[in-house]
Design a protein around this ligand. Structure first.
Ligand SMILES: [Zn+2]
Length: 89
């Protein structure tokens, strides 16, 4: 079962949001500094979470019912400020 781990760059804190809260929360605040996440982006994040959950469930079914190699997807990110990107163009 998946969960979300949020990094709050306002206070440098981290917090987790588990499935029951993902289903029920209409808005998300950092529990450390009380910063509020944008509601429209929270809705998109909830959709993305459940899409990944569905894919992982499908991949488990492919493994258990069809003997395919088991694979599970995990998304992680590392924030890099735009001015810090070192890309040759
Ligand atoms: Zn915070």
């Amino acid at each position: 079962m998946g969960y979300l781990k949020i990094h709050c760059h306002n206070c440098k804190g981290k917090f987790e949001i588990h499935r029951e809260d993902i289903e029920n929360k209409e808005k998300v605040r950092c529990p450390h500094c009380m910063a509020l996440m944008n509601g429209k982006q929270w809705d998109k994040l909830v959709n993305a979470f459940f899409t990944i959950e569905e894919v992982n469930k499908g991949l488990r079914t492919c493994h258990t019912e069809h003997g395919e190699p088991l694979m599970q997807a995990e998304y992680k990110t590392h924030y890099v400020p735009q001015k810090r990107y070192c890309v040759d163009e």
